[in-house]
Ligand binder design. Sequence first.
Ligand code: ATP
Length: 348
Amino acid sequence: MDVTGSADDRPMIRLSGVGKTYADGTVAVHELDLEVRRGELLCLVGPSGCGKSTTLKMINRLIEPTTGRIEIDGQDVTRQNPVELRRGIGYVIQQVGLFPHQKVLTNVMTVPLLYGESRSVARDRARELMEMVGLDPATYADRYPHQLSGGEQQRVGVARALAADPPVLLMDEPFGAVDPVVRVRLQDEFLHLQQDLGKTVVLVTHDIDEAVRMGDRVAVFATGGRLAQHATPADLLGQPADEFVSDFVGSTRGLRRLAVTAIDPRHLEPLDGVRTGDLGAAIDVDATLEQALAVMLREDKPMVAVKDGARFVGVLTPNGVHAALRASLAETNGRAGEGGPGGRAAAD
Ligand SMILES: Nc1ncnc2c1ncn2[C@@H]1O[C@H](COP(=O)(O)OP(=O)(O)OP(=O)(O)O)[C@@H](O)[C@H]1O
């Protein structure tokens, strides 16, 4: 057994003591230590101007840090040719940056062509990517960007960023320009895609709901480019590191936590004796408490049946939701009390 740890234990991205002071003296990022594990989706979240975009752009060297060191896959990024470096890093921005006078297919083909693929290989790859992001090439390939909705343009942006199959993807407010309903749909689609792709993703957002929904872990930045907390969504909501984080995640963090807390079979009641008319549509035992409550509210039922595959395992009532939420909060607080994950200690 390799006691030094396998290659996969090494972080994919490591920032050590990274700082950026702009020429006018603005400290955008201050002494940042941060690691992103392989295949992890890390959200950088915080108020406007706290250094999130600067941090992201330092990773692909669109901005050079003033201090510290950034490694990708163990390699110091400053020692790499920036063009080579960016080949391994997909970059998605809010403004999408599609070429307005080129058709959608051509826009996506640009990247494979840039890397020397033939036109026919590039075309096939572009079609495959369009399908992957949910844009039927038959409908969309020959449209121009202005003939797409904001959400569709954003999907093209994601397809283009994935075209070179980069192991790392940087996303700066990727769903920022679309309305809240489309935003949630794009978030879901991307999470689904990410399950298959397993990229290492750093996603910048100012929206705490997006961060806890999307992130395997979340880094909360405070003004002045200071890292206030780096934790899993559940730990962040259960155990904010300080008053700043607590205010930022908001007084409704208990409610937000519903979205990241799984159903616990210990809090289910037996199915026997329940009147069928009282039951909402069954949900899977892997669902979250929020999804369970949503079914009860949507169907105006006092409980919901829970299934594990084809087998019914019990029913969940609002009391069960409450008990599960309390138990999961107590677990986080208990672990924080033991010095376990929950605060900045969870960072690495
Ligand atoms: N080229 C620059 N010169 C001077 N200051 C800059 C420059 N670019 C950014 N800043 C400042 O650095 C700080 C961090 O900016 P950054 O864009 O990283 O923040 P952000 O957290 O991404 O903000 P937002 O959510 O508003 O996009 C801000 O105070 C900003 O005004």
